[in-house]
Write a new protein. Sequence first.
Length: 338
Amino acid sequence: MDIVALTRQLVDIESITGNETAVGEAIAAKLTELQYHVRKMRVEGHRFNVLATPPEQPKPAIVFSTHMDTVPPFIPSSEDATRVYGRGSCDAKGIIAIQIAAAEQLRREGIHVGLLFVVGEERDSTGAKFANQQPIGARFLVNGEPTENRLALASKGTLRVELVATGKMAHSAYPELGESAIDKLIVALTRLRAMPLPATQDVGACTFNIGLIEGGRAPNVIPDHAKAHLLYRLIEPTEDLRERIVETVGNLAKVDFYLEIPFMRFRQIDGLPTMVAAFTTDIPALTNWGEPLLIGPGSIHVAHTDGEYVEKKQLTDAVDLYAWIASMLGNTIDQSTS
């Protein structure tokens, strides 16, 4: 299988989140051509996940999985001697290509794995959540994200927080008659920036980003409303962090914790280089698909950029790496059932 050609074929199909249908059809057609049992797992509207199982093993114990959607904007593929470029080249269409190639390599060796490709990872993991309601009894899920072919020790979680400050409008010439919501929000954010965050030696630090700020009416109006969206990258459960955020903000603003994706640690395999993923994945939404592992070609540092690329050598190496991991997991399953 020409994994570079397949990667480029997939990159050249625009699949920004919400528009994954065309790439899903192409993947389903490819897997049907390879004589897999292919199921289009409807998610919503025209969107669907792709589940493929080998006819030799309709309920495989090991499943390879990643996502079909990309962030905007669409960037078509190109290549040079060492790299494939384009939106999704490393996150995660190159991974789709190597997972299919590794599954085929394993199949020739008499080892059968499933393939699950989902929609919506870049926004809300909608596809993974739907897939989690329809598991096939797998023991292990090998999830693909750009880790430079290093096995993840853990992935940081995400806590999204909204702060809403309220005040009283007044003419800006008479600020004493009003109450500035923006002033309150600035103080709250300054306090949060100064608040110590936890860190561990093996995973690193919890980090914090002020991603969005909005508010006010006009330059000559004391603002009665201001809002900010924050994102914490988690390294532990959030009970203590939530309490300290609320205490730090005090009565300056209302605090709403509107999304949490938990911090996770993963199974290790001796002999593989490791890393810690500071990003989140679909894994927390796929808890019914077996014990998770996280690994894939490409660097997260170029994902979501206008120069996104994946090294051709990493693609090639990843095929053998995935096959080897599946073999190791297969041995683990054999030992547990003997």
